[in-house]
Design a protein around this ligand. Structure first.
Ligand code: SF4
Length: 380
């Protein structure tokens, strides 16, 4: 089983209207203090096994200067051993990259870049509060490739207020034209305490697209990207063969991971814990040589089983009954017989090879993909 490391950079040049991530505005002095504390936290992680994936996310890691970011990457690589084929990702915002920075990141050992494009329509980008336009988004992908990145992912958002299906189709076409290895397509949601939530509550003219349109957009995404050769391997994720994001697959497989930085989550030795998301508290705790962990939770067998199901079902390959039994010593078909029958009757999940139960696989149907939250609720 893989072990991963997630490192959080909680700074952005501007807050996007829909953002509820742990991130605040970039300030060089605060960022320097944060990186010192983060390096200290990373140095204190005790792990002997080689890590198979690293993900530096945010926030906007590329808001940091090239030197600061390379220095952090060097620190991480000097502290841990990594598997030979380690996947090492940095998240990038098109408005914060140039060739020197991308080359520095690549030379420091990062072999995958995930670029937050979200849309190729300048009006949509402006509505979302993004700091870049379409031209800069395309340029960032090309620059990444010129800087030595072969494994490039792009993130897109659909269901933007005022967005027509045609506009979403164009976004997908633009993304495919850039030939990324990986495309994530997320539905825009209005989380409480975001500017978007307030905007929508304010009775403005633009509203989120209705459910029918969202379904059309999602179904079109699956049909179009698979026709273009991408494998739909998770509800919102598509990749060229062999380019699925291994870091995220480790989460969905309930592999172990360490998280470092503000608000970061970890899961090791059957315990899940997360750091404080208060920057001042984080800096103070690290400067006092204390742990930044705020809360921890021991995962009981019941929690582990339900996590294994709702995380595993996110993957389109589904859950293999035999592998599940081997790992958790439970037959999923008998342990969750009632839930599985109900979901099967509702057409939300399907069981392949149902007369040879050990080899059976449980998967979300197309309807189940559209209503995945309803499926997951059954197991929580
Ligand atoms: S760039 Fe990402 S993390 Fe930063 S504000 Fe926008 S959505 Fe949030």
């Amino acid at each position: 089983m893989s072990i991963s490391l997630y490192v959080h950079i909680p700074f952005c040049l501007k807050k996007c209207i829909y953002c509820d991530f742990v991130s605040g505005l970039y300030n060089p002095a605060r960022a320097d203090a944060y990186i010192d504390a983060l390096k200290k936290e990373i140095s204190n992680i005790s792990n002997e096994k080689p890590l198979s994936t690293l993900f530096i996310g945010g926030g906007t890691p590329t808001a940091l200067s090239s030197d600061v970011l390379s220095n952090l990457i060097n620190h991480i690589f000097s502290k841990f051993s990594f598997t030979k084929d380690c996947e090492a990702t940095v998240e990038a915002n098109p408005g914060t990259v140039d060739k020197d920075k991308l080359k520095a990141i690549r030379s420091a050992g990062i072999n995958r870049i995930s670029i937050g494009i979200q849309s190729f329509n300048d009006d949509e980008l402006s509505f979302l509060g993004r700091i870049h336009n379409k031209e800069e988004a395309c340029h960032a992908v090309n620059l990444a490739r010129e800087s030595g990145f072969e494994n490039i992912g792009v993130d897109l958002i659909y269901g933007i207020p005022g967005q027509a299906l045609e506009s979403w189709k164009i976004n997908l076409e633009e993304a495919v034209r850039l030939k990324p290895r990986h495309i994530s397509a997320y539905e825009l949601t209005a989380e409480k305490e975001t500017e978007l939530y307030t905007y929508l509550k304010g009775g403005n003219k633009l509203t989120l697209p209705d459910e029918d349109k969202i379904i059309q957009m999602y179904e079109y995404t699956i049909d179009y990207l698979t026709a273009e050769g991408y494998i739909h391997y998770e509800i919102s994720n598509f990749a060229s063969p062999d380019y699925s994001c291994r870091h995220n697959l480790n989460y969905w497989d309930r592999g172990e991971y360490y998280g470092a930085g503000l608000g970061a989550h970890s899961f090791t030795n059957g315990n899940r814990f997360h750091n404080t998301d208060d920057l001042d508290e984080y800096l103070k705790l690290l400067s006092d040589n204390k742990s930044p962990v705020k809360e921890s939770e021991t995962i009981t067998e019941d929690i582990a089983l339900s996590e294994a199901i709702f995380l595993g079902l996110r993957k389109t390959e589904g859950l293999n009954v035999g592998s599940f039994s081997k790992r958790y010593n439970k037959n999923i078909l008998s342990r969750f017989r009632k839930e599985i029958n109900e979901l099967q009757e509702a057409g939300l999940i399907a069981i392949a090879c149902s007369n040879c139960s050990y080899e059976s696989t449980i998967k979300l149907t197309r309807k189940g993909l559209l209503l995945s939250n309803e499926v997951f609720e059954k197991f929580i």
